[in-house]
Write a protein that binds this ligand. Sequence first.
Ligand SMILES: [Zn+2]
Ligand SMILES: [Zn+2]
Length: 261
Amino acid sequence: MFDYHMHSRISFVSKEEPAKMVEAAVKAGLLEICFTDHYDFNDVYKEKQDLFTLEDYNEAYLSLRSDKVKIRRGVEIGLTQWNGREIADFNERFNPDFVLGSVHYVGGFDPYRTEYWQQNGLNKAFENYLLQTLRCVQAQDDFDVLGHINYVCKSPNNPLKKPLYYSEYPDICDEIMKTVASKGIGLEINTSGVDRVGDFLPSLDYIKRFRELGGEIITVGSDAHNSERVGQHINGALSIAKEVFGYVCTFQNRKPIFHKL
Ligand SMILES: [Zn+2]
Ligand SMILES: [Zn+2]
């Protein structure tokens, strides 16, 4: 019924027209969607950034309408230890409904790519991603929900091809989720892991623990980069939200709206 993570051609990784994704959302029976385009910052090489302009963003979304599905303006903003001012500046200028904060760079490399695994080795690849996430959530406050907390495991370069579970690094995961919860920030259940590694990002074990640690905000998103994937596996993610929280959240003007499930 909701999909709060998708990328249109405004993101460097997608070529899809926003209107096509809206059409797909209607077809999938979704009631509300949020575009969360990449506005990303490399944590080491500041000249390597994936940004878009306010002009392009407005041109893509301002005139987008549907009487069947609510459309929200969002962003997937890249969290680093250093970009607090840039995040605040984005939020002020773009005025998004929803800010998903995600960690895509560790030591200058995206875990999605081969170089990251060469740099870290299999032993440290998972731990280093989680430690970087911890540093980022400690440093940043101006985002609404932490995206795909165990993103590192969905990389095509992860030789294990399996989810990264809470029980593998419980202490670091606790610190991340405690920090996020104490700041009133939520967690996302991202469905893009289901086809890649066989489970949601993150799986039920994290979501249960997040609630125990005081987390209150939960969103679901497909991370679709094309219209075919809009709303994919969303019902499974909603079942987890229902089991643990009894509700799921959407956002308007950066304020959470709670929907009973
Ligand atoms: Zn992401
Ligand atoms: Zn994404």
